[in-house]
Ligand binder design. Sequence first.
Ligand SMILES: Cc1cc2nc3c(=O)[nH]c(=O)nc-3n(C[C@H](O)[C@H](O)[C@H](O)COP(=O)(O)OP(=O)(O)OC[C@H]3O[C@@H](n4cnc5c(N)ncnc54)[C@H](O)[C@@H]3O)c2cc1C
Length: 518
Amino acid sequence: MLGGIQVTTTSGQNVEHLGGLMLMSFHFKKNETLNAVDGVCIEHGAHGASGPLQLSYRQPMLKGTSVFIGAAEKLGHTNLDYNGTNRGGPDGCVSAHQTTMASGFRVDAYSAFLKNQLEVRPNLKMFPNSMATRILLEGTKATGIEYSDGTQTHKLLARKEVILCCGAIQSPQLLQVSGIGPASVLSACGVSCVVDAPVGRGLKDHLMIFMMYDAPGVGLAMMNVGPTLGADALRVNPTQVFDKGPLPANPEEDEKLPEELKQLKAHAEVLVAEYMKTGTGIPASSLYEASVFHSTCKEDLHTHDSQISFMCSGFGRDAWETLFHFDCSKYFEDPQKALAATNENIILAAGLVQPRSEGKIEIQSGDMTKAPKIDCAYLSHPHDMEVLKNSMRQAHKIASQMGVGNNLYVPQNVTKAHAGATPMSDEVLEDWILQYTTTYHHASCTCAIGKVVDPHLKVLGAHNLRVADASVMPNITSGNTQATCYMIGQKAAALLAEDYGLSISDVPGTAKCRCTCM
Ligand SMILES: Cc1cc2nc3c(=O)[nH]c(=O)nc-3n(C[C@H](O)[C@H](O)[C@H](O)COP(=O)(O)OP(=O)(O)OC[C@H]3O[C@@H](n4cnc5c(N)ncnc54)[C@H](O)[C@@H]3O)c2cc1C
């Protein structure tokens, strides 16, 4: 799912940092082609129509998604394009998710921006399975990087600049191991400090908490999801996340299958073939289908602090334990019953998307291959707990409007610890949040514009060195972060073109694009 033009505008200041709303909008639009579908609200003027990144909506919309959108509308969340210019004011909006997808198949950054580019761009070289281990510095001037291919260390010298895009964890790590970071952190690891800077500080992330409901007739049972992914997805496969499929690991053993499993296998093969042909069906979905964005504290007319997402299924025990990392025997009275493959469950994920808590990334060694310390400091600011509780209460109102409010699975260890308290009471919600909140994986802000880099993404105090990734966000977006990272990439390209007198005539990712060598 994408964030969007408006969701990044957490304050006027942030907008100005990246060159103003209109310019940011330009770079978002340049990336995308939004393929419209019937029955979904789209503000066409807010979207690109010829960028390399294909966006679309899941087709057909699942029943549960329509029920969720209808319920949210009844509670005052207008059905709007969440990436449009109108996001519904404090009461916010509800939208089906815009996903990076073309004709039902996932589009990733590689296929949108890099595929086939090696052949047509003489100035692009890729070094697979390699890791940048240090920025080469002459004083405060970056002259290149040192990298390892796993067996040997090499040096790459820059003719003009070094641009880091290792993400919000590893860009600050690479800067710190190279001597650019907080002096005390570097000296503790024996790294001489070249530039004393707050690199790695200000880490922000989005949080969410799952609220699962039994939703007969609305949710998707896992026994209906599994076969749509094809026979191989139903195999026992301990090397994959979901390891307990009913079919044997070795397809050669299928001949001995009982009739019931033979039929299941045949059914799965038909379903996956249908998806491969049409791009429609359950595999075209992450089952994460729609969201409400709204403001729980009503402080900002435009930016929303809460996202409530709808998942069409409750998933299975494997997912709860291996993907979400919950102890099911602690969470559920009877995990087998609650997460039975036949159960039609749904999940509403209440989310905190304008956190005030700030964490940090700190190296623990001068060696880039050693993991840094990631201290997210989640919920360290009391405001965040309040927003998350309010987000859960609103999610529960939507679930009640959907007719399933009485079927909420409150974690049993929380219920037991607060006997007599109602599910939406402060004491229950706070305990639930402290034990079961999970990350959206949206780390950002660790080399923030204004603190570590300037508005041209140049590292303050250093020369010939820029950063262009999630780490430069001055504040976290209030929507998912991927689209904003693509936008930052476009903006970085425009800044470089401006600085070196180049022109970007075509859209990156299209075959005709040729960039002048730098
Ligand atoms: C599980 C998960 C699910 C997510 N789902 C969504 C979603 O649905 N929607 C959404 O909008 N966002 C989502 N995100 C967030 C989104 O993926 C990130 O915000 C975005 O990819 C960050 O982009 P980036 O360019 O900053 O860093 P990255 O995408 O992390 O890119 C950094 C790259 O640098 C490479 N790298 C790092 N260190 C080195 C080094 N030393 N040498 C060489 N290469 C290096 C990494 O391998 C990586 O390829 C999700 C993230 C995760 C982890």
